[in-house]
Design a protein around this ligand. Structure first.
Ligand code: ADP
Ligand code: ASP
Ligand code: MG
Length: 402
């Protein structure tokens, strides 16, 4: 069997953890399996590197930043090779160049395009455990790129797909996917399985346990994922196409504290204004999330939308550049907001989920600033200070706890 195993930062944070990972891999290896092990940078290494970069230059070039960040993953794989060596197991560490893992050109948020599998296959044939750097790739300029924070999960899924692996296991510091972040809701319940669609929504809406692109890719290539802990032997959560008739009404609550709300006040109430506004934002390469347009009054209207807080300044700059053409009264920015979402495939056939969520928030005295929905989710924008309380209230209101 060919198994891809991915271990996150906490799982390789120090010497003991590195040996723990090596020992666990060894069990599979001794049973005759081929292993590809994807690693993240040790502990909080990526954050440390970002801080270091900003000390030197508050606005480092994205290319140079990626050049720096890839060293985190490279350290992990090199040390892991040394650990296997000490245990007397043949292993080889490879970075994105050596594999090679080809990505799009954008530094900081590149997408994997193609993976050459020859080198890995050759090493596996030699009965070596192959240890690969997560999170990184190489673009057409032969530069290192990174896949966005949390991107090692995506490296693992992409490798599993490219190598037609029999299993893809994501080892982390929790023993599965829970109905909410167990750090915010201690009574959250572990899910035995979850569908790709639900997991994709949860991951996109803030459940950092999996990188959302990893779920997207797993769905596209039909890679079944198992999320479990590297620190215990508990059964994890399987992410796959769930076809059970009986779907859960709500499978989880997610929160994202990195949202910023931008309101453009006093726009002219005539056709083409929204197009113009969002075209400027799109041309600046900024993703927009929730959108709300007020009812017109005296030929004026307001448009509000949310963006990731890292892109908020760029968004405002893009609007200000076109202030004349937009002819708005003013732009209002609110940074301390958070998105809280309930996700569940069962919503499709059950009305009242949104009302129930709003009731929970009302009972907790929490004000809703914006609302958006899809077939399988309801999202509200609230003050960041209310976020944890909102997650707890909604989680309890839907009876999700153990
Ligand atoms: P790794 O470094 O292993 O990739 P991450 O920190 O990226 O680990 O992801 C694991 C964390 O995700 C957990 O510690 C947990 O706090 C958080 N998390 C957020 N939402 C959920 C959820 N629904 N289920 C489980 N963990 C969650
Ligand atoms: N080390 C990277 C990060 O901290 C990638 C990952 O952990 O998946 O974002
Ligand atoms: Mg992660």
């Amino acid at each position: 069997m060919l198994i891809v195993k991915k271990f996150g930062g906490t799982s390789v944070a120090d010497k003991d953890r590195i040996y723990n990972v090596a020992e666990r891999c060894l069990e599979d290896y001794k049973n005759g399996n081929d292993l590809v092990v994807v690693l993240s940078a040790m502990g909080k290494m990526t954050d440390v590197l970002i801080d270091q970069a900003k000390e030197i230059n508050p606005n480092p070039s994205k290319r140079a930043l990626d050049m720096l960040l890839v060293t985190g993953e490279q350290t992990s794989v090199a040390l892991m090779e040394m650990a296997f060596d000490k245990l007397g197991v043949p292993a080889i560490s490879l970075n994105a160049f050596q594999v090679a893992m080809h990505t799009t050109s954008v530094y900081g948020s590149a997408r994997l395009k193609r993976i050459d599998t020859e080198r890995i296959r050759h090493e596996l044939e030699g009965k070596r455990i192959v240890i690969v750097t997560g999170f990184q790739g190489v673009n057409k300029y032969d530069d290192f790129t990174t896949l966005g924070r949390g991107g090692s999960d995506t490296t693992a899924v992409a490798l599993a797909a490219a190598l037609h692996a029999d299993k893809c296991e994501i080892y982390t510091d929790v023993d599965g996917v829970y109905t909410a972040d167990p750090r915010i809701v201690p009574g959250a319940r572990k899910l035995k399985e979850i569908s790709y669609d639900e997991m994709l929504d949860l991951a996109t809406l803030g459940a950092g346990v999996l990188h959302n692109r990893s779920v997207e890719m797993a769905r596209k290539y039909g890679v079944e994922l198992v999320v479990r802990s590297s620190l215990n032997r508990n059964e994890g959560t399987t992410v796959r196409e769930v076809t059970k008739v009986e779907r859960m009404l709500v499978s989880g609550v997610a929160a994202d504290k990195n949202a910023t709300r931008i309101s453009v006040i006093g726009l002219e109430d005539k056709p083409g204004i929204a197009f113009k506004l969002f075209d400027y934002i799109a041309k600046a390469g900024i993703n927009v999330d929730m959108i709300l347009q007020s009812i017109g009054r005296e030929n004026k209207k307001d448009i509000s939308f949310t963006v990731d807080e890292n892109t908020a300044d760029d968004a405002v700059r893009a609007l200000e550049e076109h202030a004349k053409s937009l002819n708005a009264e003013r732009i209002d920015v609110k940074k301390n907001v958070a998105k809280v979402s309930v996700v569940g495939a069962g919503m499709m056939s059950n009305p009242g989920v949104a009302a129930k969520m709003f009731e929970c928030l009302f009972n907790a005295g929490i004000n809703i600033r914006m609302i958006s929905t899809s077939e399988i989710r309801v999202t509200v924008l609230i003050d960041e200070n209310d976020c944890d309380r909102a997650v707890q209230a909604v989680h309890e209101g839907f009876g999700l706890e153990d």
